[in-house]
Design a protein around this ligand. Sequence first.
Ligand code: GNR
Ligand code: NI
Length: 185
Amino acid sequence: MVKYGHLRCEEIFAMSLLAILEFPDRRLRLKARPVAEITDTIRALAKDMLETMYAAPGIGLAAIQVSQPIQLIVLDISEEKNQPMILINPRLVPLGDERSCYDEGCLSVPGFYETVERPAKVQVQALNEHAEPIEFVAEGLLATCIQHECDHLNGKLFVDYLTTLKRERIRKKLEKQHKDADGRA
Ligand code: GNR
Ligand code: NI
């Protein structure tokens, strides 16, 4: 058995990085549909999404960002990048009135970071990749990240919380970048 660090060789050949849609792509505005059945195909997609997220690097990724408008998100907010979470059909309930601010970024809005205020604490209900119900309370960065990912499932982006002026500036800059990239291709 050939070993590459902690990866076995068949794991390396099985790696696939997915293309991430970028704002203002209209496909990011779709509403994701619930996952009806948690199959090997869904588990394989979740694995590819985690690899894509780690490679980016990012702390979360919603399936809609990789052109699959289904209610599937992955995240890992750990320092060591060894605590992957897969959440399917997630539901959020804000707990209490406390709100917190984080400088947010998004892999679909590369290079831009802005402060967004959200509920500080949320109750999370979802299914894991084995179709088992999971439920927990999220606070801090985890609460922010899960809310950011669940927004994606509703076609919403963090730039929607900004002023129209800021959002339009970001849109124009990204559109120019996309045009320049197309011109080089
Ligand atoms: O990598 C990401 N970092 C981040 C930072 C603050 C708040 C939310 C996020 S999520 C983002 C990855 C992403 O775009 N997920 O949809
Ligand atoms: Ni995002």
